[in-house]
Structure formats: C-alpha cells, structure tokens
Design a protein around this ligand. Structure first.
Ligand code: BES
Ligand code: ZN
Length: 951
C-alpha cells in the first residue's frame, strides 16, 4: 500500500491540496481564540497521510464491549491546543493545575475520553464549551478506568461532528518519587539537600502530569504557564514569554506556544540550576544547565552540542525549528537521556565531562548521546512515528546517525569503525536467539510499549539503517531522508513511508531498487542470515554464496508467536581480496536473493590468497568460509594484520567465535584467529576480543580449564599492555585501548599490573585528598585493589563515594565496589543498594547487576533478586530499560541444569514479569545454549588452550 500512496494520482494531489486548505482554515479558527497564535504554523503542514493498510493494533485484540476497554483512544476527538496551567510547590513536594484542551469532533460521540494516571481530579472542575457558543451536552463527573489509564466523561448527548470544543479540568498530585511523569529529584549543596521538579514523559507518562490524549499521533500545540517559588526558575520546550512576581515570594512564567508536537516530548524543569550558553552558526541559542557545583563540566557537551546542531541542520536539510535548545543534567534520571523538543534531559554522566576525572569513555558517551538526542529533534520530534510499533525506526535511526554526528565533531575517534564493535556485533548476539523478535511488532499496553526500547530497536535498527545507506549510497540515502522529513514535518509516519522515499531517491539517482521489498525481509522477521562462502579452488576463480538462518543454538526450540518469510533475506554482498584488500567497490554489490545460490566470479585471485566477504561488516549477517579460506585469513593476520581493515578484523573475530558457539565452525579455527593478537594494537578489534572471550570466560569461570584460559589471555595481551603503559598520554583511541589492556592484564593476574594498581590505591588511601590515578584507569585500579583487599579498601571506597559530588567518579566507585571477593561484603553492598540515602534509585539496578557479574557475587545477586522480587517489581517492573537489564544481569552466568531449573521455577511462580517478560524467555534460551556449550565445546577449548600456553 505504501507504493500507492506516493505514486500520486491527480485526484490524490487535489485531495492533498484541499486538505491543506482545510487545515489552514482550522488554524484560522484557532487563531481567533488564541492571541499568541501569530504564525499559522499548521498552514504549512503537510496533508495527513492516509491510514496504513495494516491498521494500528486495535485490530489485533478482540472488539471491546465498552469504548474504555479498547487499548487505543478512539479517533473521534482530535486535540489541537492545550493551555496548561501548573503550580509547583517544591517545598511541599506537590503540584496542581488545570488544562484547557481545544479539540475538534471528528466523529459524533457521547464520550470524552483521554489519558490520566496517578492524578487526583478535582471534583466538579470538569467543564465543556463549544467554541462557537453553541449549547453543549451535560457532562458526567469524570471517572477513571484504571486498567487503560483513561479518564472518561460521559455526555448526555452527542458532540457534533466538525465542531470545536474546549474541555477543562483541574487536577493535582504529589511530585512523584518514581522517575516518571512529573517527579522530584534532589542533590546536596553545601551539605544541604536541595530539590527540583522535572519530567520524564516518554513513552506513556505525560498522563501522570496532566490529563491528555497521550498518543504520539495526537499532535497539538501546547501553551504552558507555571507558578513556582521565587528561589527557583523554570524552563520548558519553548522560550519563556513573560515572568512576573507573585505575592509571598512566588513567580509566574508563561512560555511561548509550542509547534505541533506529541505529548511524550513535552518537558519542564523547576530548579535552582545555573547555565552556560553559546549560539550555533544558524543562530540557535544553546544553554547547558546543571547544579551549580557541576556547571564547569558542561563545557564539552556545549561545544559538541553547538557543532552537532549545525551538522544536523545540514544533514537533514531542514533548520532546527525552535529558537533555543536547552540541555540539562538531572541528578535522578531513569534512562540515559531524553530528546524532549528543545529541552533535552540527561543523566549527569551522559552530559557532564570533567577533565582529569572523567575517562575517555565518558567523553565518548557524552559526545554520542548528545548527537543521538539532537538527531531525534528531526527524526522523532519533527516527524514522529504513528504508533509505538515503529519505535525501532525512531531509536534505530538516532542510534545510526549519532555515529555520523559524533564522527563529524570527533573525526579522529574512528566512530564509523566503532559502530561495528559497539552496536552491530552486540545485537547480532541477541538476535541469534530463537526467542528474539522481529524489529517491527504490534504493541498496545504501556508495558509492551516500554519493552520496545530494547537492543533490537536500537542496535538492529541502527545496523539496518547503516546497511541501507551502504547499498543505496550515502548521498541517495540522505536525499530520500530529506524528502521524507520535508514531506511529513509536524506529522506522523511509519516505516513504509521511509522505504518509499528511499526508493524514490534511488530512482532519481538512476538506481531501480525496491527498498521496501528488501527491507521487509529484515524488519518483518527476526534474526539474520549466516552466509556460507565456498570458493572453487583450482578453477574459476569464483565463489558461491548460500544463506541459512543463524541461530546460536541450532538445537533450540524455534517455535515462536511471530511470523516469518521463510527466514530468507535479500543480502547485499561486498567483498575484498588479498589482491585488493581495501577496495570493496572493486567487486561491486552482489545481491544474494532469498532461496537462491549466488555465484560470483572473481577477477584475478590466486588459490593461495584470501577472500573476505562483508567488508567492514556493512551488512547485517555473519559469514562463514571453507576451511582453507579461514586458514588463509589467519595466515594474513599473523603475517601482517594491517592489510585487513580494522573493522573487518573485528568482524572476523566476532563471526568466528559466534559461528563456533553455534557449532558452524570448529572452536579450533575460531581460537586460531586470536593468535595474531600479540601484534594487535587497535581499540576496535580488542573491544570485540573482550566480548567474545568474555563469553568463554563466563563459561569457563568455574571450571578446570580456567587456568589455561587465563594464561593464554595474558600471553596475548601482555605485548599490548607493555606498549601502552600507565602514562596518561596518547590519542583518544590509544587511551581507550589502554583501558582494555589494563583490564585484561590486571583481570587475568599480570603481576606487574596488579602490583601497580594495588600500590596506587594504597597511596590514595594514605592520602585521600590526593587521587593521582588517571581517569581512564580509575575503575580498573579500584576494582583490582578492592578485589585483592578486604574491608578497609571497601569501606574507604564507600567513604569516597559519599564524599564526592562527581557523578563519573561515583560511577567508577559504585562498579568497583562490586569487585570485592568477600561474600559478606557483597551481601552488605546488596542490602545497601536499596538505601536511597546511599544509592540513588537510578543506580540501584546497576549495583545489583555489577555484583552479579562478579563470580563470587553471582549467586548472592540471584538470591537477593529472588528475595526482593516484590519490591524490585514495584520499583522498576514497568520501566523501559532497567528491569530487563536486571533480569539479564542476574541470570547471565547460568550454564547448569540446576540454574535452569531454578530459573524456570521462578518464572512459574512469578507469571507477571513486567517489562522483563521477553528477557526472561530469552534467558531460558541463553541458559540452554550455555549448557550445550559446556557439553559440546568445553573439551575442544580446553585442549586448544593447553596447547597454546606453556605448562
Ligand atoms: N528516547 C530515548 C529515551 C527513552 C526511551 C526514555 C524510552 C524513556 C523511555 C532516548 O532518545 C534514548 O534513546 N536514550 C538512550 C541513550 C542513547 C544515546 C542510546 C538511553 O536513555 O539509554
Ligand atoms: Zn533515542
């Protein structure tokens, strides 16, 4: 159906033109009653798109008896403008207010139904008026249908189709303690506890702050007025229009009316924070806000933010539409950051960079997260998904272009290569489970919606965008994107819309390609292919390619609730050879179509020269070769690894180990690929090594082979370790690889490393005022010393944790405290994790999962998790990221039948698993795969390791 929409017939064009006129008329009407509506923003709005052929998920559940039983709002009422008035009393930790919602009646109805959750509705406050002064039906007292978080008003008669109404209601609530809706955050300044009120609405919590039509396609203009105590100030999406003093040391601020936007992107913050500011080349004022003690650490983000806002103006071909951009570091924040339009909120560690205290890794996260949230200002905010089914489009896209933004402002960081190790390879692991999910699935409840924010949406989404940009060519991809944004701006779209614009751009550039047909094979079914390459030696030269679905546990149960397309894909193949090792264009782009075998002729390749397919891992798939080609690749790596590109080296390691895990390749062949590591000095391949050997470490950690594994790892990493040393010097990538080198060296017991680390920590303990350990190594030094030490080291770390106001230093210490080896210390730490005066609720899950990642701590964390399930469920069971992280964290090491039984038993006893329900099922599969790994591969790996190290 997507095709039809854009091959516009004359009548469609006429319809669109009429729709534009109709909308302009409506705005005229709006302006009549809204004095601040000077610019008819909606007049330039594109026509609304036709509804998709596959209707939104209403159709997926049974027809409800009452309208409030439907999980989606009816389309009978359409909001146009919200006048929100709020009074925030930080001292008493409450807020109250009113909202006047201007809406049109699209279908005659006897109900006004909108979202509301955890709000007290003031009795008798609901009113309704007709904008044209016509009589309106009688209202019932609003009542709440809690299962769907609806506020329902029943009317004595129907509202009239085509008429505009204003519904008003008053409400109030305590500022929330959970980090959702309008909530309270706090910090300490001069030993005094200070508070702020801030919002987190995505994806379904604007309804906790005011009654609203809380669905992304229900866009409207918002005008906010705030009363607050005079010691604070307030910021929101739009610039402030006026502020006046009120009696008793209160103030009133009114904000400019917003552009048409979705409720989940609204934001306001009442705080005593301060800011630093700058202006972009295109004249947008950017202000960076933080608590006063941290304001000096916003400089880096301010500089990158300004650069990147200009970069995205250019990249998307549309100027950022708001006059200002605020970014603020919030002390208590559930996610990492949130792209509210014009007011981006961040966790402190995602925005603050403290020279000399924060690591190169912290710096990189700041740069990437800022880029990610800025990219959303266009992709997500200006053009919004129709419904949360397409969350992946939003998050995947931002997760792809964040690398482009970061690469633009930090060109020496190898960001495009980093994509492979940090984003692509991580999701290839999850997506090889039979219990993965298609990237595009129907969702309805807040719980299902929150579960959409997973690695599949983010990392697979990003990897598919990147693949698409490679097979179309970057400029064609960008052109399609620009047209898409221009067409849908201030409106909503779905993935078929994007495919259509990309196909059109390709056609304009002389490429006939049906993007939807290709991309459907990647988005409508889970998983990805394992492409098997067989070379014909002695003739040709040529190779054949075949695809099968890649499953990490081919013996696992593959029944699933989701559909598929036979698990065949349109696979874009690129390759390089020993003859042309760095030019993937030489071989061109070869499509491997579903259910076919592809033979590709090679020019000029000797039987004794290697072939490498999927250059720089541009495609979302794995590659397996015949044994001889694996040998040729290994030989090249050993003789001169730099002939093969950095990202391709990383790809070879990732593929070899995972193919071996799945039984598609010998463990020996995979392990052979690591022999060359004595010569590897690059961060990205080492990053991949740390994840693939991390898995083997996990499996062997309680087995007899661990000793040989430790020796082998040390043998391979020592040359790197000796090369990078302990000095705080070098490029960004050298700093990053130094962290890995020290982590491996100290982690696997290099004497020099542990001695140095313990000595440094001791020096710090002797003189707590002077910490000379350099930022990139802090965590590893703390961890090593705490692991080797006892209660003195641990309680010293805890004291430092409480003493510092630096969030990155706190984060180092918090993770390092989980490295203790004494069970009683770890148990104490787990108990402390729920003490809100010690550990912020945003960090609680992090404490539990870091204890779980310690071999001694793992069983303690699992027991703690089970023992405190009810509490943990109440606190985090509905959250987007934390709850599934928790479940994954405490079960990751499971590799025995006994652990499997415990896990299954727990699941049966706790059928309501909140936002972690899919993760639970995946962990059962992962545990099963781990058990099989021990059965099938343990002996081979042990034998190989024994042979690779001296006795
Ligand atoms: N839109 C998300 C934040 C979000 C999603 C908050 C769902 C609450 C529920 C934001 O753009 C995002 O993706 N944040 C990431 C960081 C990003 C750099 C990957 C996060 O919070 O981890
Ligand atoms: Zn995002």
């Amino acid at each position: 159906m997507g095709e039809k929409r854009y091959y516009m017939s004359q009548t469609t064009i006429l319809f669109c033109a009429l729709a534009v006129i109709a909308i302009a008329g409506l705005v005229g009407l709006l302006c009549g009653i809204l004095p601040e509506c000077a610019e008819p923003i909606e007049a330039t709005k594109p026509p609304p798109t036709e509804p998709p052929a596959t209707e939104p998920p209403q159709t997926t559940h049974k027809i409800p008896k009452e309208i409030w039983e439907d999980l989606r709002l009816p389309t009978s009422l359409k909001p146009h403008h919200y006048e929100i008035y709020l009074k925030t009393d930080i001292t008493n930790k409450i807020f109250d207010g009113s909202v006047d919602i201007l809406f049109s009646c699209e279908i005659a109805t006897k109900y006004i139904m909108l979202h509301s959750n955890a709000l007290n509705i003031v009795e008798g406050s609901a009113t309704l008026r007709n904008i044209n002064g016509l009589e309106v039906p009688e209202l019932s007292e609003p009542w709440l249908y809690q299962p769907n978080q609806y506020l329902v008003v029943e009317l004595s008669d129907e509202l009239t189709k085509g008429e505009m109404y204003e519904f008003s209601v008053s409400f109030g609530a305590p500022l929330a303690e959970v980090l959702m809706g309008y909530y309270l955050s706090s910090y300490t300044k001069n030993d005094e506890k200070r508070y702020l009120g801030t919002t987190q609405f995505a994806p379904t919590d604007a309804r906790r702050a005011f009654p609203c039509f809380d669905e992304p396609a229900m866009k409207a203009n918002f005008t906010l007025t705030m009363d607050y105590e005079a010691e604070y100030h307030v910021i929101s999406n739009m610039p402030e229009e006026s502020t006046e003093d009120l009696p008793d040391d209160w103030k009133k601020t009114k904000f400019a009316m917003s552009v048409p936007m979705s409720t989940y992107l609204l934001c306001w913050v009442v705080s005593d924070f301060v800011f630093k500011s700058g202006v972009t080349n295109n004249g947008v004022e950017m202000r960076l806000w933080a608590r006063e003690d941290a304001i000096d650490f916003v400089d880096y983000a301010l500089q990158k933010g300004i650069e990147q806002l200009d970069f995205f103006d250019e990249y998307f071909g549309i100027k950022f539409p708001l006059p200002k951009m605020d970014m603020i570091a919030i002390p208590d924040f559930s996610a990492g950051a949130m792209e509210n339009w014009g007011l981006i909120t961040y966790r402190e560690t995602a925005l603050l960079y403290e020279e000399g205290v924060s690591s190169a890794g912290n710096k990189q996260s700041v740069c990437s997260i800022v880029a990610h949230e800025l990219a959303h200002q266009w992709f997500g905010n200006l053009v919004t998904l129709k419904w949360w089914d397409d969350t992946w489009l939003n998050e995947g896209f931002a997760s792809y272009v964040e690398y482009l933004g970061a690469d633009y402002s930090e060109p020496l960081w190898g960001m495009t290569d980093q994509f492979v190790a940090r984003t692509l390879q991580r999701v290839l692991v999850t997506d090889s489970l039979a219990t993965s999910r298609p990237i595009s699935i129907p969702v309805s409840t807040p719980e299902e919606i929150n579960q959409q924010f997973d690695i599949i949406s983010y990392n697979k989404g990003a990897s598919l965008m990147r693949m698409c940009s490679f097979f179309l060519g970057e400029s064609t991809f960008q052109k399609g994107l620009k047209n898409y944004l221009e067409y849908f701006k201030y409106g909503n779209a779905e993935n078929n819309d994007l495919w259509m614009f990309l196909s059109e751009a390709a056609e304009e550039d002389g490429l006939i390609i049906d993007v939807k047909q290709i991309m459907d094979t990647w988005t409508l079914q889970m998983g990805y292919p394992n492409v098997r390459i067989d070379r014909q030696y002695g003739s040709g030269p040529e190779f054949t390619a075949n695809q099968t679905r890649f499953l990490i546990d081919p013996e696992g149960n593959t029944t699933t609730e989701y559909g598929d397309l036979g698990y065949q894909w349109y696979v874009p193949l690129t390759y390089v050879t020993a003859e042309d090792p760095r030019d993937p264009e030489i071989g061109g782009l070869n499509w491997l179509d579903p259910k076919t075998e592809r033979t590709v002729a090679l020019t000029n390749l000797d039987d004794n020269e290697w072939l490498l397919v999927n250059y720089d891992e541009r495609g979302y798939y794995r590659v397996n070769y015949d044994a001889k080609n694996w040998d040729l690749l290994k030989a090249q790596l050993i003789s001169d690894h730099e002939v093969i590109s950095i990202a391709s080296r990383s790809a070879l390691l990732g593929d070899a180990f995972n193919l071996a895990r799945a039984g598609a390749l010998n463990q020996t062949t995979a392990l052979d690929q690591t022999l060359y590591l004595v010569n590897e000095r690059e961060y990205i391949p080492w990053y991949t090594v740390s994840s693939v050997t991390g898995y083997i470490d996990l499996m062997l950690s309680r087995s007899g082979a661990y000793g040989s594994f430790e020796k082998y790892m040390l043998q391979q990493v020592t040359p790197l370790y000796e090369d990078v040393g302990w000095e705080d010097t070098g490029t960004h990538l050298e700093r990053r690889v130094r962290s890995i080198a020290v982590s491996f060296a100290c982690g696997y017991g290099n004497e020099n490393c542990t001695r140095t680390a313990i000595g440094m920590f001791k020096e710090w303990m002797d003189n707590p005022a002077k910490n000379t350990i350099h930022p990139d190594l802090k965590y590893y030094v703390y961890c090593t010393a705490i692991a080797a030490g006892g209660q003195d080291e641990w309680f010293f770390a805890l004291e430092q944790y409480q003493a510092t106001s630096s969030s990155s230093e706190q984060s180092n210490l918090r993770s390092a405290m989980a490295c203790a080896n004494e069970p009683w210390i770890l148990s104490t730490y787990l108990e402390y994790s729920r003490d809100k005066d010690l550990i912020r609720s945003q960090d609680e899950i992090g404490v539990i999962t870091s204890v779980a990642s310690n071999t001694v701590g793992a069983p303690l964390a699992w027991d703690y998790f089970r023992g405190n399930w009810d509490y943990l469920f109440d606190m985090y069971g509905q959250t987007a990221f934390s709850f599934s992280d928790l479940v994954e964290g405490v079960t990751r090491k499971f590799n025995t039948e006994f652990a499997m039984e415990e896990l299954k038993k727990f699941m049966v006893e706790h059928p309501d698993q909140g936002t972690a329900s899919r993760t639970f099922v995946q962990m059962v599969e992962a545990t099963q795969a781990n058990i099989r790994w021990m059965d099938y591969h343990y002996d081979d790996v042990e034998r190989w390791l024994k042979g690779a190290v001296p006795n």
